[in-house]
Write a protein that binds this ligand. Structure first.
Ligand code: SF4
Ligand code: SF4
Length: 85
């Protein structure tokens, strides 16, 4: 696997667009009390916004990158079908 999804949670609003857009349901958004540090999360109005990326499902397609209106998600590396220059 030659890619990685990076989420800048400082800019995430919890809008859920990326979750809806992901074709393989690799993203899940949860709103819970801020009790965990093992997930990517931020705190809004006293609740934690957790964006859970299931790496084992992610295909590196980049759909979530385009779906995010706030430029929160970055994909590093390339999907397997794309050649490096
Ligand atoms: S890169 Fe594609 S498969 Fe991976 S989380 Fe984003 S939309 Fe889903
Ligand atoms: S689309 Fe962007 S702002 Fe919305 S939940 Fe996903 S990462 Fe956060």
């Amino acid at each position: 696997m030659t890619f990685a999804v990076h989420v800048n949670m400082r800019r995430c609003t919890g809008c859920n667009n990326c979750v809806v857009a992901c074709p393989v349901n690799a993203l899940e958004l949860h709103t819970v009390d801020p009790a965990s540090t093992d997930k990517i999360y931020k705190v809004i109005n006293g609740s934690a916004i957790i964006l859970d990326l299931k790496n084992e499902l992610c295909a590196g397609c980049g759909v979530c990158v385009d779906a995010c209106p706030y430029d929160v998600i970055k994909l590093s590396g390339q999907a397997p079908a794309t050649a490096f220059a």
